[in-house]
Design a protein around this ligand. Structure first.
Ligand SMILES: Nc1nc2c(ncn2[C@@H]2O[C@H](COP(=O)(O)OP(=O)(O)OP(=O)(O)O)[C@@H](O)[C@H]2O)c(=O)[nH]1
Ligand SMILES: [Mg+2]
Length: 197
């Protein structure tokens, strides 16, 4: 669970520690991972760069970025792959508190094809366009070496890296899907607007 950002659009606060319906965003994301259908989630971990003891209180291991200076979400992928003890790593951001409860299950189906290396979610946005949601990825841990090389060469964009691998885009665009499932709260106004009335 990625909570390592600057939160600059939220005024520089530690976004994962901001409350959403009374629960810190990061804890909300961890609970949602535990609630995933199919029991597919093994170990949880938190990637954060500030207030580490506050994150530790949520009960999962906390790892700061190994890359310095807030290198972006891909630094979180790298940290996750370095620490991952299971064959697959699922990444979710801390700021999309309503992500689907069948996220892991649907992404995992993409690996029925043995050549799949990464499964990336896609969802329809407010403007009606189906767009990839690059921070929601399920990937093989063998990709660590590739990501080390990519980031050491200065690569920072998730799509640039995933394009180097067999990436399957998985649409969450079925009838009945919550249109707000992948909404990410970048400002306090967006966070409060997404809360229950
Ligand atoms: N590990 C790590 N995660 C990051 C970094 N930057 C962003 N993220 C995470 O990537 C996800 C999406 O990032 P943004 O929505 O841009 O979050 P942010 O960088 O905290 O916010 P802004 O500064 O307003 O862009 C969030 O889960 C962030 O915590 C980083 O430098 N390191
Ligand atoms: Mg965001």
């Amino acid at each position: 669970m990625l909570a390592g950002g600057r939160g600059s659009r939220m005024g520089g606060v530690d976004k994962g520690l901001q409350n959403f319906n009374g629960t810190p965003l990061a804890l909300q994301a961890l609970l949602r991972l535990q609630m995933q259908q199919g029991g597919l989630i093994g170990d949880l971990m938190v990637n954060a760069n500030r207030n580490l003891s506050a994150y530790e209180a949520f009960g999962s291991p906390v790892w700061p970025d190994t890359l310095s200076d807030y290198a972006g979400p891909l630094a979180g992928f790298l940290t996750g792959l370095e620490r991952c003890e299971t064959p697959y790593l699922l990444t979710v951001p801390c700021d999309s508190p309503l992500f689907p409860l069948d996220l892991a299950q649907l992404l995992a189906q993409a690996f029925d094809d043995e050549s799949t290396e990464i499964a990336m979610a896609a969802a329809r946005e407010d403007d009606g366009q189906l767009r990839t949601q690059p921070v929601f990825c399920l990937m093989r841990v063998q990709l660590l070496e590739s990501l080390v090389a990519f980031t050491q060469a200065g690569g920072r964009k998730i799509d640039r890296w995933t394009d180097q691998h067999h990436t399957v885009v998985v649409p969450f665009d079925r009838p009945g899907d919550d249109p707000k499932a992948f909404f990410n709260t970048n400002t306090l106004a967006e966070l409060h607007a997404l809360e229950k009335p």
